[in-house]
Design a protein around this ligand. Structure first.
Ligand code: HEM
Length: 411
């Protein structure tokens, strides 16, 4: 990919506008991140009602600071450009932990964490290995194919489907629904996109309400049944919170993990020497997955609102103001990572921000890491050659960074 360097005279707001609107910049946002970090690491936009932070320390500090939290204000930034002021995007329900502040956040996350445990995740390894091997068999039989289509999309939906207990025959419909809904996570989207996202969210909510009703009458060992138990037996979760939690677990772990697989493989294909190194030293795998998460983070952008007057890096932010933390920029901050634009499967001391930080740190991180490890272990073990077939295309999105397609030939 040719790197598009931003004009030296571009103002921070022009750089920001290019990130929000220019598909070429979104395809390779790193030069703009770099320039923004150099000229205005903590920037108060003069055009939009928000702050933007591009440094590792700055983003980490905001995400960990209890003076910053979730609010409808931040949600609106992700609304429609046409009527951002009044629209509420329902993709992430206000009853979910992702949009909650303490004490509700503490209660919701604590309840879910009791059931969605590292042990439950670890127990999924053999099942995930079988799923990955089945998919890889198909890839081998065809001598290759579009990895996004055959592996990166179907795998997470199968894994979360298994975890939550979603019948296999129902899972296919979610590909379009989750994608439509997730489009509303982009800043300044069009009204059409927001409307489509609303419809998709309504369909998913209705689906999960029905599934909850079915599990209530016929409980099983899946996570949905366990969460229903918390609601019905302990009454520490409202019905709306139960639905929101299940939809969140489903949606949060879907496209993000798809993009870990696609972005990770793209990084290996672009750095064949690193792919060989990983093949030769499989013990590096957990480290390599962290480097994939850092280097091409699936979630590039997160947001918080100042709940009281606060400061970022010594600069005052007023209560109610929204701060965008550009995680993808933070993860390439040279002050934190030497040679940040180098993909190095043996890089150590990650502690990247790909899963955010603080109280909202990704609850599904152990599952995402497990899926990443199994995918790349099995791919490298099965194929001695994996090569890109043609050029790959990035989706024109900023919040969720991922590929449209990734054709490979394998042998
Ligand atoms: C590579 C894959 C993944 C990435 C990059 C990722 C990234 C993130 C990020 C950045 C956040 C913080 C959002 C915020 O601060 O507003 C988050 C939260 C969350 N993630 Fe993930 N995620 C991934 C996979 C998963 C999976 C597989 C699941 C579950 C099945 C999951 C469930 C959640 C939940 C429940 C939260 C909300 C936590 C809270 O608000 O306390 N994620 N994730």
């Amino acid at each position: 990919m040719t790197t598009l360097e931003p004009s030296m005279s571009a103002t921070p707001d022009e750089l920001l506008a290019s990130l929000f609107t220019d598909p070429d910049v979104r395809a390779d946002p790193y030069p703009v991140y770099r320039r923004l970090r150099e000229v205005a690491p903590v920037h108060r936009s003069e055009v939009l009602p928000l702050w933007v932070v591009t440094t590792f320390d700055g983003c980490g500090a905001v995400l960990r600071d209890p003076r910053f939290g979730k609010s409808d204000e931040a949600q609106r930034i992700f609304g429609s450009a046409d009527d951002a002021a009044e629209r509420e995007v329902p993709i992430i329900s206000r009853h979910s932990m992702l949009r909650a502040n303490p004490p509700d956040h503490t209660r919701l996350r604590g309840l879910v964490a009791r059931e969605f445990t590292p042990r439950r995740v670890a127990e999924m390894r053999p099942a995930i290995e079988v799923m990955v091997d089945e998919i890889i068999d198909g890839l081998a039989a065809g001598g290759g194919g579009d990895v996004m289509d055959v592996l990166a999309f179907p795998l997470p939906v199968r894994v979360i489907g298994e975890l939550l207990g979603i019948p296999a025959s129902d899972r296919d419909q979610f590909r379009t629904l989750v994608r439509d809904a997730a489009a509303a996570l982009e800043p300044m989207t069009s009204r059409d996109v927001v409307m489509r996202a609303e419809r998709a969210s309504e369909v998913m909510n209705a689906y999960f309400r029905e599934l909850i009703a079915a599990r209530r009458s016929h409980p099983s060992t899946d996570l949905i049944s366990a969460l229903i138990g918390l609601r019905d037996d302990d009454d520490r979760l409202s019905e709306d919170e139960l639905v929101a939690t299940i939809v969140l677990l489903f949606a949060a772990g879907f496209e993000t993990t798809t993009n870990l697989v696609g972005n990770g493989l793209a990084a290996l294909l672009a750095h064949p020497e690193e792919m060989e190194r990983l093949r030769a030293e499989p013990a590096l795998m957990p480290n390599a997955v962290e480097e994939m998460l850092r280097f091409e983070s699936s979630v590039q952008l997160d947001a918080r609102t100042a709940l009281v007057d606060a400061d970022v890096g010594g600069i005052g932010v007023s209560a109610g103001e929204v701060v965008l933390t550009l995680l993808g920029a933070a993860n390439r901050d040279p002050a934190r990572y030497p040679e940040p634009d180098r993909f190095d499967v043996a890089r150590t001391g990650h502690q990247h921000l790909a899963f955010a930080a603080g109280i909202h740190f990704c609850l599904g991180a152990p599952l995402a890491r497990l899926e990443g490890e199994v995918v790349f272990e099995r791919l490298l073990c099965r194929f001695s050659q994996i090569e890109a077939d043609g050029v790959w295309r990035w989706r024109p999105s900023l919040t969720l960074r991922g590929l449209e397609s990734l054709e490979v030939v394998v042998s």
